[in-house]
Design a protein around this ligand. Sequence first.
Ligand SMILES: *Cc1c(COP(=O)(O)O)cnc(C)c1O
Length: 234
Amino acid sequence: MIVRNLQHVRDRITTACFAAGRNPATVRLLAVSKTFPSEAVMDAASDGQRAFGENYITEGVEKILALNVNGAAAVLSPLEWHCIGPVQSNKTRLVAENFDWVQSVDRLKIAQRLSEQRPSGLPPLHICLQVNLDGGANKSGVPASEVLALAKEVAQLPGLVLRGLMSIPEPAADFVAACAVHQRTKDLFDAINASGELPARMDTLSMGMTADLEAAIHSGSTMVRVGTAIFGVR
Ligand SMILES: *Cc1c(COP(=O)(O)O)cnc(C)c1O
């Protein structure tokens, strides 16, 4: 089931890329495995899926450790783990010690703790700043006017490498409306890169989920985060 679902999602990504005149190799698939057991991750990994996303820190770390001991990592090439949920200060150490990416950074204080707590034997933690461009009031994410300033600070932190931006827009009415919101994120991403104020260009624009991955790819997403279409309804 998971393998068939994965194939279907890969087909959707390829079709969306062709429709947008893009090379499918420019869009990565992050499989969002939150609430599903490590066996489900193993199934996807056995079909070549490498990158997995988790929202809840303790649940994610349990899976990472279980798979390191039992399985996938030993047999297959190493998995890559992305934290995509809110990170409280008291969880930064767990995140810094176990994940490869954090896509949900929206405060300098959290970034500083992640940098300080990243073990020196590991490569820097890959970071995306979570942005909030549609003004969802009770949602996390940096408002557009503050993204460049935070990006400049994060890019200086030694334990981190700034890779890009991540967005979770409110559900849109249709394809055109979804594209409009994603396009604002893409425009901000391009503007920050063009500003020349970062030491290195960002290369990751993480947007698009099960419902809106076509619109996100149309608007320039380089990483779609898909849960339901791969693992089923939560
Ligand atoms: C749950 C989640 C996803 C996956 O959503 P689906 O609609 O199940 O594909 C992607 N990104 C984030 C941040 C999530 O929390």
